[in-house]
Design a protein around this ligand. Structure first.
Ligand code: SF4
Ligand code: SF4
Ligand code: FES
Length: 421
């Protein structure tokens, strides 16, 4: 029998086997410990994602890479650890192209689920909008390199019946990427291919015909059970006194879906109207600010010069600015053009609609807003006070924030109300 010792986790004493994996010991006590790469049966552990970082005797270290030894003093739940883990997940989101609203794995994706669990509403790092390949050459799989977080799970775990590896890492440092051996991939059974898709913690490995087999709404992270206390926006300064609060809304490079969601609060709208009035907004058709506003709700990012002017006017005239929806938060679907130079986008858009007699004509006029080189998130242009993710955000999430701000009610959301897709 292995030697036992006593260690302290978050100030409480536990018995554990000397040499056992610290991540296993922590999880066995039902203490929350995030992980994206760890599998207990892979020894030595991969240690690639670092989201399981804890403090041991005051020093931060990835728990899954540590073996239990006597005298350990472990902390798993401090504000700076929460911030470090959140920062790591934000970096993973910013480093790849994680367009959850259009991703086949959405709802079943561990990276996405961890983003929810850690309360990530926005990445504090700029999105890189990388342009890696999507590989359709494998027989059963599609490999979407833009979503790979290089956790190494597939490299270690996916083998043919005779033990040949299917995946490997090639290149080094920033250039590291997963390579697939097409010959070995073709020898995988359907079951083995599906397992590869499921062990990938993101939507980087998909199996043709099976990636959408489980319907949305019935996926792993669609469970409505959990409740989240997200960071909250600053309180209103009551710029307009104790009377009705004044709200302005706009849609920049968006589709009006977020506005539809705002209206989707159904009969609660009647309560809202008692407490607020709308100023500049497509809902009122008021086109300029006629008074200072307490809350500005922004849908969409900035794709052209007009979007930038409108956003700046909202910042100037609103006490609290809320970016609503993925397009306002990081660019959303319009930002899919960020991987392609603007000139190429315009050529592609207009070369097929060209009047042969006139040749290629790209519309341009002094009254047409100028297209920006790429789509910008709102917080790249002005300071944003709060973010409500989703495509579109859930109606009750928007409503709960308004109740928090206007009626000063407590603010928590459920898993079903906190979504990136
Ligand atoms: S569902 Fe997961 S893999 Fe897909 S885009 Fe979102 S975070 Fe990335
Ligand atoms: S393809 Fe998936 S499993 Fe493989 S390294 Fe990338 S994220 Fe990890
Ligand atoms: S789970 Fe520990 S480093 Fe990834």
């Amino acid at each position: 029998m292995s030697e036992q010792t006593r260690i302290r986790i978050n100030g409480q004493e536990y018995e554990a086997a000397v040499g056992s994996n610290l991540a296993d010991v922590i999880k066995a006590q039902n203490i929350f410990l995030p992980s994206l790469c760890y599998y207990p049966h892979i020894d030595p552990p991969l240690g690639t994602c670092r989201v399981c970082t804890v403090k041991i005797n005051g020093r931060p270290i990835a728990a899954c890479t540590v073996k239990v030894s006597p005298g350990m003093e472990v902390e798993t739940d401090t504000p700076d650890l929460a911030d470090t883990r959140r920062g790591m997940v934000e970096m993973l989101f910013a480093e790849g192209n994680h367009f959850c609203p259009s991703c086949e794995k959405s709802g079943d994706c561990d990276l996405q689920g961890l983003g929810y669990r850690l309360g990530v509403t926005v990445s504090r790092f700029p999105h890189l909008f990388v342009d890696r390949i999507t590989d359709y050459r494998p027989q059963r799989m599609v490999i979407e390199h833009n979503r790979c977080i290089r956790c190494r799970r597939c490299v270690e775990e996916v083998c043919t019946d005779d033990g040949k590896r299917v995946f490997s890492f090639v290149n080094r440092g920033n250039e590291t990427e997963v390579a697939i051996d097409y010959e070995q991939e073709a020898r995988l059974s359907e079951e083995q291919a599906l397992r590869a898709m499921h062990i990938c913690p993101t939507g980087a490995i998909l199996v043709r015909g099976d990636s959408m087999a489980r319907p949305r709404g019935e996926r792993k992270y669609d469970e409505p059970a959990e409740s989240f206390s997200l960071p909250v926006p600053p309180r209103l300064t009551h710029a307009n006194g104790k009377g009705k609060k004044v709200i302005a809304t706009t849609s920049l490079a968006g589709c009006f879906g977020c506005h539809m969601s705002l209206l989707d609060i159904d009969t609660d709208l009647l309560d809202l109207i008692e407490l607020v009035e709308f100023n500049r907004s497509p809902l009122t058709d008021i086109k300029t600010f006629s008074k200072r506003c307490d809350i500005g709700i922004i849908e969409g990012g900035c794709s052209n010069s007009d979007n930038v002017e409108v956003l700046q006017a909202f910042r100037e005239n609103c006490d609290i600015l809320i970016a609503v929806g993925e397009c306002a938060i990081w660019g959303g679907l319009p930002a899919m053009r960020n991987m392609i130079p603007l000139k190429e986008c315009l050529l592609e858009a207009y070369s097929r609609t060209t009047d042969k007699a006139k040749g290629l004509v790209i519309p341009s006029h002094e009254e047409l807003p100028e297209l920006l080189d790429r789509v910008y998130a709102c917080n790249e242009i002005v300071k944003v006070d709060y973010y409500i993710p989703g495509c579109p955000p859930d109606a009750s999430h928007i409503w709960k924030i308004l109740r928090y701000l206007v009626m000063e009610e407590p603010y928590t959301v459920t898993q079903a109300e906190f979504k990136y897709d």
